[in-house]
Design a protein around this ligand. Sequence first.
Ligand code: SAM
Length: 234
Amino acid sequence: MAAEETVEETAGGKALKPPPDRLYGRARGHALRARQEELIETLLPRLRWPERNFAIAPKELWLEVGAGGFEHAEAIAAANPEIGLVACEVFVNCIASLLSRLAPEGVEPTIPPNLRVHDDDARALLRTLPAGSVSRLFLMFPDPWPKARHAKRRFVHPAILAEVARVLRPGGLWRIASDDPTYQQWVEEVFSNAEAFSLLSKSGIRPPDWPPTRYEAKAIKAGRQPHYWTFVVK
Ligand SMILES: C[S@@+](CC[C@H](N)C(=O)[O-])C[C@H]1O[C@@H](n2cnc3c(N)ncnc32)[C@H](O)[C@@H]1O
């Protein structure tokens, strides 16, 4: 039986296939402008973690998975200058939008001292991190993969929860937001079976210290109701 077909996990009593080894390759959308290509070549290497470490000695390591336009990551890093945040994103066009904000044409780039980028699958990064090395993880509006046969591609997956529980220190927090009704139900289901985590808070209103994201704004405009959860590692 091929690895993709092996049924190993369950969520809410339903058999669930394990996640494919690589959820994503490096993804590209529309062609980058010449300036964006240049920034990917010259500026991204200066932000790539762990090759480029933080410019501070961070008190804690925080991670964001699927940073999109990095607005949330930039705001979290600016509001918490004593921590180091590594923001993961596979989509090169999203990374280019961060780089364009950091380096407006004709201006020296500003590199936030406590924000670094992992421009590949966040799961690959998780596997490299020592146990208990991360204090917070942010998963803001993950791709919902609403079809049941794609459930194995969702970041909230029993196999990934086990990996997150390993890298988060006891008492570490995992914040999740989703506007997708299938994913909202899925989060409830998967975490109700996850012994390593307990629910700290759940709300239909974004907590005040959670910066907004671009995807959230689109969801609200389209009439969808986001849910916001914080789970804590026992
Ligand atoms: C729906 S978007 C949300 C973006 C952003 N968090 C927001 O709220 O605006 C999900 C993002 O997660 C990224 N992504 C999905 N899986 C990922 C993974 N395994 N590692 C890193 N990034 C991932 C996608 O490329 C996409 O940009």
